[in-house]
Design a protein around this ligand. Structure first.
Ligand code: IMP
Length: 429
């Protein structure tokens, strides 16, 4: 099986964009299978920087790209992104991009609800991207979503609008908000439909044809396993399944098509938004990691929380997702630290844990157990072979492999595509 599935193995922002771009240049098709425009993937191609949220990363190189049914699609955000990258010389035609006809839409009422809930939650807020992701998934599961295929049947939308608006009007009333303006919503949908519909296709069929023809498919995950709605630090998670197992249900292929599961792992840990973070550093070291790593969210510009590498979390996330090998990113951010710490376990009320307990109160209280590592002098930035790395940096990578029980397939040493140490090619593994 020549396919590759790329997923984040921490809380997102592991540097998937670069790795996916690197792999996309050799894939026949790139597929997004979950999430929406809450994702932020930065691709550096030569002197151009592309910031993608919803579009699969293959698009910038003209690789056929698919938005699967597991994605929640904001058609206005899609249009804005298509127009933005058209300004950078990338044409997103229906020949290159295909969108599942069964994708649920994110509407303005979802964005409204996301914001209203966050504003009303005070200290308990999730810290969402306010893009309407959660409310859109709720409507999908609640069987009242408006989907891409409905855009071709707007004259038959009344009963669906009734159900959707009845639900949202009740919620809005709880926030002293006006009911949904149905006419305005319908007018917005009529206006956007001609833009979206040319891209709408039975993508499951295209993928079936591609699989039978032995094409190489790259499945591009968004966010990270620790934000998975089932396996993450619930309730401080996103509303989709971010694990590798979602490739099948999120795009309409079988579970065996995922291929090599490449987990993207940052050499330290970051998180945006609220929720537990056992190795978080609220001190000058955390600040230093953030500054060196340019840890600001691509989508919201928020400052990311930073901390040491947590081997417990990565081992757990890699096991849950069946990770075949990892791509270790941002190793160069650790250049020059005298001491680097790795979390190898937790204690809670005198008990040892080799996994993250499920209850949020326990997750907030676990104490990390650290192994201290002497840092390296010299730089790892731009290294393209093991021989370019300081010996102690190699030791750090080897220790991570050992602790997470997963081999390194790639090491990324700068945002530039070619600054990569290839240990095992996921496409020919
Ligand atoms: P939502 O996905 O907008 O509902 O946000 C839920 C949580 O997931 C928040 O903590 C967000 O900061 C986080 N999140 C969502 N998308 C990303 C991402 O692409 N990278 C990192 N964190 C994300």
């Amino acid at each position: 099986m020549a396919n590759v599935t790329v997923i984040g193995v921490q809380w997102g922002d592991e540097g998937k964009g670069k790795i996916v771009d690197w792999l996309a240049s050799r894939a026949d098709i790139v597929v997004r299978f979950q999430g929406g425009h809450n994702a932020g993937h930065t691709l550096v191609v030569g002197d151009q920087v592309y910031k993608l949220s919803l579009l699969p990363s293959g698009i910038v190189r003209g690789t056929p790209s698919v938005i699967g049914n597991g994605v929640v699609l904001d058609p206005w955000a899609l249009k804005a992104e298509v127009e933005k990258i058209a300004g950078q010389g990338v044409a997103v035609t229906p020949d290159v991009l295909r969108i599942a006809e069964t994708c649920p839409l994110i509407l303005s009422l979802h964005r409204d609800l996301d914001g209203l809930r966050e504003d009303a939650s005070g200290a308990g807020k999730i810290g969402t991207t306010r893009r309407g992701i959660g409310p859109a998934y709720e409507d999908k599961v609640g069987r009242r979503a408006i989907r891409v295929c409905d855009l071709a049947h707007l004259n038959q939308l009344e009963p669906q609008l009734d159900r959707l608006c009845a639900h949202h009007d009740a919620l809005r009333a709880g926030f002293s908000e006006q009911p949904v303006d149905r006419e305005a919503l319908l007018a917005e949908l009529r206006e956007i439909a001609p833009f979206v519909l040319p891209y709408a296709k039975p993508v499951w069929r295209d993928l079936d044809v591609a699989l039978r023809a032995g094409k190489k498919i790259l499945f591009e995950g968004a966010q990270g396993v620790l934000l998975d709605v089932d396996h993450g630090t619930y309730p401080f998670v996103t509303s989709s399944n971010t694990v590798a197992g979602t490739t099948g249900s999120g795009s309409g292929i079988g579970p065996n098509a995922a291929g090599f599961v490449l987990g993207i792992v940052k050499a330290y840990t970051t998180r945006v938004g609220s929720g537990p973070f056992p190795t978080e550093l609220d001190d000058a070291t955390g600040q230093q990691l953030g500054e060196r790593g340019h840890e600001f969210g691509t989508v919201t510009g928020r400052k990311r929380r930073c901390g040491w590498f947590d081997a417990v979390l990565v081992r757990q996330a890699a096991a849950i997702s069946g990770v075949t090998g990892i791509a270790l990113t941002k190793l160069d951010v650790l250049d020059g630290f005298d001491t680097i710490r790795i979390c190898t376990g937790y204690t809670l009320d005198g008990k040892d844990y080799d996994y993250l307990p499920p209850h949020p109160a326990d997750q907030a209280r676990v104490e990390p157990v650290y192994e201290d590592f002497k840092g390296w002098s010299g730089t790892t930035a731009g290294a393209r072979s093991w021989a370019d790395l300081p010996a102690r940096a190699i030791k750090y990578v080897r220790r991570i492999e050992e602790l997470i029980r997963c081999p390194v397939a790639l090491v990324s040493t700068s945002p530039q595509r070619d600054d990569t140490i290839l240990v095992r090619d996921p496409f020919s593994a």
